[in-house]
Design a protein around this ligand. Structure first.
Ligand SMILES: [Cu+2]
Length: 146
C-alpha cells in the first residue's frame, strides 16, 4: 500500500516539474499551392529545463524543427533534432529564427483558420495547440507598436 502511494506521488511530481506553456501559437498564411508553411510560438517553462523534440499535425505530411542561420546575405533553414526550453525561461519560435516547418501541407493556410499541432517534449510529453493563421505578427508585438 505504501509503495503504491509513493509511486503515484513521484509520477505526479514529475509532471508538475516538466510543465511547459505555449503562448501565442501562430502561422503565416501561404500562397494557394504552397508545400511549406512556418509556425511560431513562445514556449515557456516555469520549472525545469525541457526540450522540444518533435511535432506533428494533420495539416501536413510532417512537421520539422528548423533553425535559421545567416550565410553571408542568404538566410538558410536547417532541420534540428531538438530545441531547448531553458529552466524558468522561454524558447521563442519566430520569423528569421527557430520555427516549426510544416512540410507537404494538405491545403493552403488561410487567414483566420486554426491549424492543430501536437508538440512533443522530452519531459512534458505531448502538448496539443492550435496555431492561428494570421498575416500580421502576434498580439504581443501589436501592443508594443501602439
Ligand atoms: Cu523552415
Amino acid at each position: 500500500m505504501m509503495r503504491a502511494l509513493a509511486v503515484v506521488f513521484l509520477i505526479w511530481t514529475g509532471s508538475v516539474l516538466a510543465q511547459v506553456t505555449v503562448e501565442n501559437p501562430w502561422a503565416r498564411p501561404t500562397p494557394p499551392n504552397a508545400k511549406l508553411a512556418a509556425g511560431y510560438a513562445t514556449i515557456a517553462s516555469a520549472g525545469a529545463a525541457d526540450r522540444l523534440v518533435g511535432a506533428s499535425s494533420p495539416a501536413a505530411a510532417r512537421v520539422e524543427l528548423h533553425v535559421t542561420t545567416r550565410d553571408g546575405q542568404v538566410m538558410r533553414m536547417r532541420e534540428v533534432k531538438a530545441l531547448d526550453v531553458p529552466a524558468g525561461g522561454k524558447l521563442e519560435l519566430k520569423p528569421a529564427g527557430a520555427h516549426l516547418m510544416f512540410v507537404d501541407i494538405r491545403q493552403a493556410f488561410r487567414q483566420g483558420e486554426k491549424v492543430p499541432v501536437t508538440l512533443k517534449f522530452e519531459k512534458a510529453g505531448e502538448v496539443k495547440v492550435e496555431l492561428l493563421v494570421d498575416r500580421t505578427a502576434p498580439a504581443a508585438e501589436h501592443q508594443q507598436r501602439h
